[in-house]
Ligand binder design. Structure first.
Ligand code: HEM
Ligand SMILES: *[C@@H]1O[C@H](CO)[C@@H](O)[C@H](O)[C@H]1NC(C)=O
Length: 178
């Protein structure tokens, strides 16, 4: 269910970008439609789309199984400059990962996502959910990654210290070059 709803999410994303609906920030033309298939499979979606609870190695493996690199993972996750997430997908991060969450940000999330209930209440993935900008990446660096998976892009990898360092460079490079 989660995965299929995220398939819908991707379609919305492409439409928004292409329709130039007056979102602030960067815009560019994209071709609509897909070249990989003419049908959709809910089973493939559930099996092949990463979940928001994965750690960095699992995310990387998931992307690699589709021929996508670590760099691709970090860049494409920038799609989270737009949109919202349900409480259900970040509750674990909010209550169990306080060490990597900015306390002021965490306090604002508490109100929107209690320990139980309000599963479907939405919170923005970055501070500017209707603008294509670098705020999402700035947020990762400042303890305001809403999803566990986004936080992992900045500091994941557990004992893989080199990996962590290289990711930080990828993100800072993206932010400062834009
Ligand atoms: C790296 C693996 C990814 C994971 C684990 C992930 C996970 C999620 C989750 C859990 C949500 C919230 C969905 C909901 O609450 O219903 C979400 C929203 C969203 N995702 Fe991702 N995502 C990933 C990659 C991507 C990519 C590659 C893009 C596009 C390039 C993208 C674009 C979006 C957008 C635009 C939203 C907001 C949708 C809305 O507000 O309706 N995500 N993602
Ligand atoms: C926090 O982690 C514990 C131990 O893994 C788990 O039992 C609990 O459900 C988690 N809390 C949330 C809100 O996810």
């Amino acid at each position: 269910m989660a995965a299929s709803s995220r398939m819908g999410v991707l379609a919305v994303y492409l439409t928004l970008m292409a329709a130039a609906l007056g979102l602030g920030g960067t815009s560019y033309d994209v071709l609509l439609g897909r070249r990989d298939a003419t049908t959709a499979s809910i089973d493939d979606a559930n099996n092949d789309i990463p979940t928001p609870f994965m750690d960095l190695p699992a995310l990387q493996a998931s992307f690699e199984s589709h021929g996508l690199s670590l760099h691709d993972l970090v860049v494409l996750s920038g799609g989270h400059t737009l949109g919202y997430s349900r409480c259900l997908f970040f509750r674990g991060r909010l209550y169990n990962e306080t060490g990597t969450l900015d306390p002021t940000y965490a306090a604002s999330l508490d109100e929107r996502c209690p320990l139980s209930g309000d599963d479907d209440v939405l919170t923005a993935l970055d501070d500017t959910p209707t603008t294509v900008d670098t705020d999402y990446y700035q947020g990762l660096m400042q303890g305001r990654a809403l999803l566990h998976t986004d936080q992992q892009l900045y500091q994941g990898g557990g004992d893989a210290g080199d990996l962590k360092k290289s990711q930080t460079h990828i993100i800072i490079g993206l932010v400062t070059n834009s």
